[in-house]
Design a protein around this ligand. Structure first.
Ligand SMILES: [Zn+2]
Length: 232
């Protein structure tokens, strides 16, 4: 059986320069995480919970070390574009609800079959082939996801593609495997929120190769989502 490896980060970070409209790199961090997150460059072991950056969780950062993050205070549409395979609308609702609850961000799922990519302030999700290229579905990757951000770490938009070729469909389509499909979607959506991969073999959904026996958010995943999220 095909190993669940090679879920890649779409390296859009830094691809879009953003007007210096503000500098709010830390304002969305919940107060209880402020100290820990701002010191993550040097803090190896977060006091109390034993979580370690690079092992239990990881962030995408700007060249200056700022966490990539969404602006607080406005909803983030998560737009399913194209035709949605059976069960995907419900899956997206579930995944966005869980990520919103955990992070404090307000992710709002929508389905726009005629929608297109690169919607400012939104995350677009497509089930199918990257760029419509069928050859790309014959890989070991299950999907791609990532944010586009400016120098200050503010994320402008996000993109997720979940591959549904013959080798991926058993893992990515909810009609075939609901639990794995949810984990794959959560993984890619979490990339668009600024999370990078935890260590290989780490618990949760943000390690590089999804483990079919561990498909729920781990304490490290939850911590990282709160850190890039918003105060309630
Ligand atoms: Zn990944």
């Amino acid at each position: 059986m095909l190993a669940l490896v090679g879920v890649l980060v779409l390296a859009l970070a830094g691809a879009v320069l953003w007007v210096a409209d503000d500098d709010v790199a830390w304002d969305r961090v919940a107060p209880e995480f402020w100290a820990a997150v701002t010191e993550l460059h040097t803090v190896r072991d977060l006091a109390g919970d034993g979580l370690v950056e690079g092992r239990d969780y990881a962030f995408m950062r700007t060249d200056e070390g700022r966490l990539l993050h969404w602006r607080c205070g406005r909803p983030i549409p998560v737009i399913l574009i194209g035709q949605a395979p059976q069960g995907v609308e419900d899956l997206l609702s579930e995944a966005t609800a869980l990520l919103s609850e955990t992070s404090g961000l307000r992710l709002v799922p929508k389905h726009q079959p005629e929608g297109s990519r690169d919607v400012e302030g939104a995350i677009t999700v497509l089930y199918g082939a990257l760029g419509g290229d069928a050859a790309e579905t014959f890989t070991e990757e299950l999907g791609q996801g990532g944010p586009a951000s400016g120098y200050n770490g503010l994320i402008n938009f996000g993109e997720v593609t979940i591959l549904t070729g013959p080798s991926q469909a058993p893992h990515t389509l909810p009609a075939e495997n609901m639990e794995e499909a949810r984990a794959v979607l959560m993984h890619e959506l979490a990339h668009t929120l600024g999370l990078d991969h935890s260590a290989t073999g780490a618990p949760g959904v943000m390690n590089p190769g999804l483990n079919p026996h561990d498909l729920a958010l781990s304490p490290g995943d939850e911590f990282a989502l709160r850190a890039v999220g918003c105060p309630r």
